[in-house]
Design a protein around this ligand. Structure first.
Ligand code: PHB
Length: 255
């Protein structure tokens, strides 16, 4: 791959351009992209132009750039996430209809919880989660489930910190987090009251794939004063159905 005068490859520059898009920054000018990607303006304009040409980026009437439908199409086809989401969706809808609060599905991705789906109704309470958004493993209920069943190396990497506070109630102490992860494994779910926002409680359960590994976390975001038990029952029953839809057997230690 041809390198630029600064030594980075075409692929690296392409990735830097695409990574300037974030959950909260979905529209930018080509000049902003160049600046944020650390690229000379001419290079940024050329790469952006070629990506627009290929449909990977799109230009709106104000010549601002957003992620293109072609890139969405290719990325959404990603068999793993799509299969999981499709298996989960009918049961997530049931949880949402019964609990009437935000219902979401997350996977472990590069040491964070990445949300594949979120169902809400107009009367649902506060929630910071976005589809294709991320939350820290130590702070969210989904993250705690994913971390509790993750491999040792990942757990130790996260426990080594930093453990930034998302709210004043986030667990930021490694020993306390270690105890919380042991509790999650012992009870089979994560309860995260106020860890993300003081007004809400996240509750999450593991979803196993056909090999018995934890493939995802299924969660609800309740109002802080809501009872946890009814929602937890719905989550556990939905997780079992999703596992069946994935063709799975549960891990022997989970039975
Ligand atoms: C959680 O999963 O713990 C969680 C997520 C989003 C919120 C609150 C809690 O807004």
């Amino acid at each position: 791959m041809a390198n630029s005068s600064s030594g980075d490859s075409v692929t690296e520059r392409l990735i830097r351009v695409l990574e300037t898009f974030t959950p909260s920054r979905s529209v930018q000018t080509a000049a902003e992209i160049g600046r944020r990607a650390g690229l000379p303006a001419s290079t940024a304009h050329r790469i952006v132009g070629e990506l627009v040409e290929a449909g990977m980026l799109e230009r709106d009437d104000d010549r601002r750039i957003r992620i293109g439908m072609r890139l969405w199409e290719l990325a959404t086809r990603s068999s793993h996430a799509l299969r999981l989401r499709q298996a989960a969706l009918p049961f997530m809808e049931r949880v949402q209809a019964r609990v009437r609060e935000h219902t979401q599905l997350a996977i472990l991705e590069q040491d964070e919880a990445l949300f594949l789906e979120r169902l809400s109704s107009p009367e649902s309470g506060s929630n910071v989660t976005r589809v294709a958004g991320r939350l820290p493993l130590h702070a969210s209920s989904s993250g705690l489930v994913l971390l509790a069943y993750a491999d040792r190396a990942l757990q130790e990497r996260v426990l080594a910190g930093p453990l930034p506070a998302v709210s004043s109630e986030t667990i930021t102490d490694a020993a306390a987090l270690r105890r919380k992860l042991a509790e999650v494994r012992a009870v089979g779910h994560a309860n995260a009251p106020g860890y993300i926002e003081s007004v809400s409680t996240g509750v999450a359960v593991p979803v196993h794939d056909e090999t018995g590994d934890v493939a995802a976390a299924l969660s609800v975001v309740l109002r802080r004063d809501d009872a946890v038990e009814p929602a937890l029952r719905e989550l556990l029953s939905a997780a079992r159905e999703i596992e069946r839809a994935l063709g799975g057997r549960r891990s022997p230690i989970q039975r």
